[in-house]
Design a protein around this ligand. Structure first.
Ligand code: SF4
Length: 266
């Protein structure tokens, strides 16, 4: 397929994702018609059976409007940088384990590169490891992790189906917000992980994850309720589970956000 057709297809798929009408492309040689997603149009589906599962009672929210799009520079195939040569998530984790590129390496007990299957359709990105994560080397464990597991279950996802990681891979002292230079040093690992995973959607949890992925200083409140894009991948912004533990009033908006993420996966 030519680059032009590939770009056209991606554009049409984005329009479809954002609620546009299906676009019918010209007939293929066999007389077959295809829509923008490359799927032959199907006859109208029969009415769905009566709801029997709790998930079927969830009304589909309208997808929100498009927001920011950030396309950071990709890797250089000819680079000698070992990160650009890392061909698997495990290879990235190995590089993270030996990393001393910023001061956060000094107080860490374990690096926390992230975990999840290589074919995860959803990537959850938080801010940085906390105390329990630093002790275990696993992201989103402890109370916030339990809440994340419940949030995922509410959209019919098991934690094991999702890749979960953070912007920085070592714990900031006293759980402070990572500083700009620390984020800048660590970001190539996250970018490489996303490159390898090529997920269907990214859920940015908390202001640091959202602002970093979208290269913006806008507040989390201003970034919610839109579908942003990171290298063409839809990004949904919502509250961090640790913030929900402090302010349960944010659970309802978080629920609204994750339902949008779920819809992007379907
Ligand atoms: S936070 Fe990231 S850049 Fe800093 S030492 Fe840890 S892995 Fe390296």
């Amino acid at each position: 397929m030519s680059d032009g057709r590939a770009l056209a297809r991606e554009f049409l798929e984005q329009q479809k994702l954002l609620g546009g009408n299906p676009v019918i492309l010209p007939a293929l040689p066999g007389g077959e018609m295809r829509d923008a997603g490359g799927v032959a149009p199907q006859p109208p589906a029969p009415a769905p059976p009566a709801a029997t599962h709790p998930a079927s009672r969830i009304p589909h929210p309208r997808l929100p409007p498009a927001g920011l799009s950030y396309d950071p520079p990709g890797g250089d195939l000819f680079s000698a940088d070992p990160l650009q040569q890392a061909a698997s998530l495990d290879a990235v984790a190995t590089l993270v384990a030996a990393c001393t590129k910023c001061r956060l390496c000094e107080g860490r007990r374990h690096t926390v590169p992230g975990e999840g299957p290589g074919d995860a359709r959803l990537v959850v990105v938080g801010e940085g490891p906390g105390r329990v994560e630093d002790e275990t080397g696993r992201p989103f464990v402890g109370q916030a992790g339990e809440l994340l597991t419940k949030i995922l279950a509410a959209i019919q996802l098991r934690r094991e189906q999702v890749f979960i990681c953070n912007v920085v891979k070592c714990r900031p002292p006293e759980n402070r917000v990572p500083q700009y230079d620390e984020i800048a040093a660590c970001l190539p690992y996250l970018f490489r992980q996303i490159d390898l995973l090529k997920p269907r959607a990214i859920l940015a949890m908390g202001g640091t994850a959202a602002q970093t992925l979208l290269n913006t200083k806008q507040s989390l409140g201003a970034l919610r309720n839109q579908i942003h894009r990171f290298r063409g991948i839809p990004v949904i912004v919502t509250y961090h589970p640790a913030a929900l533990l402090r302010n349960p009033n944010w659970k309802k908006p978080t629920w609204d956000d994750v339902r949008i993420a779920r819809r992007l996966l379907d």
